[in-house]
Design a binder for this molecule. Sequence first.
Ligand SMILES: [Zn+2]
Length: 230
Amino acid sequence: MKWFDSLANTITNSLWQASCPLCKRPSDRILCKDCDRQIAAYQSPDFLQKDYPITPEIPLYSWGIYDGALKRAIAACKYDNHPEIMEAIAEKIADTWKRSANTKTPSLKKISVIPIPLHANKLKSRGFNQAELMARRFCDLTAMTCKPQLLRRDKDTKAQMQTKSKQEREENLSKAFTVPLNQQSKPQDVILFDDIYTTGATIREAIATLAANNIKVKGVIVLARPQFKS
Ligand SMILES: [Zn+2]
């Protein structure tokens, strides 16, 4: 009954083999080799964005450039319900972080990581916060501590891309975040984690809220940023 076994195997394999969420072809990993390679092509040449810090004291790290296959992967995660894509990409960020010279500083190990939170409404409609998924996986792999509980988003802001002027953007984000009362007593150093860095307004608002509560942001890690215009 060899043919039967082989047919049974084929059926079992085709039933159980997972497919790549981006191209739908069978893959034994989350992302197939081809999509993985296409995403890797959008890795930024430098992880540390030397010429574009958040402030002179707060460095920005961006794994990739927000374009092409990487941009499509982020959209597939958020709007096509594929949170596993972010976990796969978080592994790349962790690898890059571990290779980066900065991580040799022992004090960095004591720094916790805060993902930029989503408002409860958005969390409910999407079902997950992609920044938190990434931050958690990143922390698993770098032995850092993930503390999403330190920051909450109380204001259901518009997407920054829908705002027209700088003033409107600032008002949209003003008082968007709070540090929950039971988290306010401990001064500490943290790194912020987000998926896409655009104007930096969201990040700056989060930094200001944390600073007002004795929580100092020592750096910001994002998956992707647009090409900065020089
Ligand atoms: Zn694929």
